[in-house]
Design a protein around this ligand. Structure first.
Ligand code: MG
Length: 209
């Protein structure tokens, strides 16, 4: 079902998420959080890795669409405009995907602004997947809000990391580069896929393989 769900994640990238979610569930550092859910494609790839475990994925999205999904922008989908509010609303279709995939036991939606939710979040996390808006303040808000919530040795995954500016917007790359420079994270380069980058919270000497 993940494969057939509309979204901006390559299948190969999605399967990396499944793999990482499965590992996070086994490591049992804490629940998973994804920022940016849209219609549930990444949600289902992540859920595929934790289904059958007691691990939970909190799926954070205001479901009003990011900047490039608004009317007049390239990724706008007119069928997602709610006629009552006249605003984008991807929550209904997200719920369809999660319900039809049978993963409601492991997946909880949190509908609202990511950085505001982060402000009140206290539980240490086993995995954070940042795939929200690409604007500077949004991407940095997601990183600064959620990266500190990761447990030691837990995984920070960032989508749309483009080292070359000609391939895409800068903020996801900038937060990735900042995370590495900070010394708080090191990269597991073996898991890099497409524009997905995988960082581990801790010291590279702890890499046991
Ligand atoms: Mg993305």
């Amino acid at each position: 079902m993940a494969r057939s769900t509309t979204g901006f994640l390559d299948e190969a990238e999605g399967l990396v998420l499944t793999n990482l979610a499965e590992r996070a569930a086994q490591a049992n550092f804490g629940p998973l959080v994804e920022i940016g859910a849209y219609l549930g494609r990444s949600t289902l790839f992540l859920a595929g890795g934790i289904a059958g475990s007691d691990t939970v994925l909190f799926s954070v999205d205001h479901h009003r669409g990011s900047e490039e999904m608004q009317p007049g922008w390239p990724h706008h989908e007119p069928s997602l405009v709610d006629p009552v509010t006249n605003k984008m609303d991807s929550l209904t279709r997200w719920r369809h995907a999660v319900g039809l995939a049978g993963v409601e036991h492991n997946v909880i939606a949190i509908v609202g602004e990511s950085s505001l939710i982060a402000k009140y979040w206290q539980t240490p996390l086993g995995l954070v997947f940042i795939d929200g808006g690409h604007g500077k303040s949004i991407a940095w808000g997601d990183y600064l809000g959620w990266a500190p919530k990761l447990a030691q040795n837990a995984v920070l995954v960032i989508h749309d990391v483009f080292p070359s500016p000609s391939d895409g917007g800068r903020p996801p790359y900038e937060i990735y580069a900042h995370a590495l420079r900070s010394g708080v994270f090191y990269e597991d380069e073996s898991m890099a896929c497409g524009s997905l980058r995988v960082l581990i919270k801790g010291n590279a000497s702890q890499l046991d393989r």
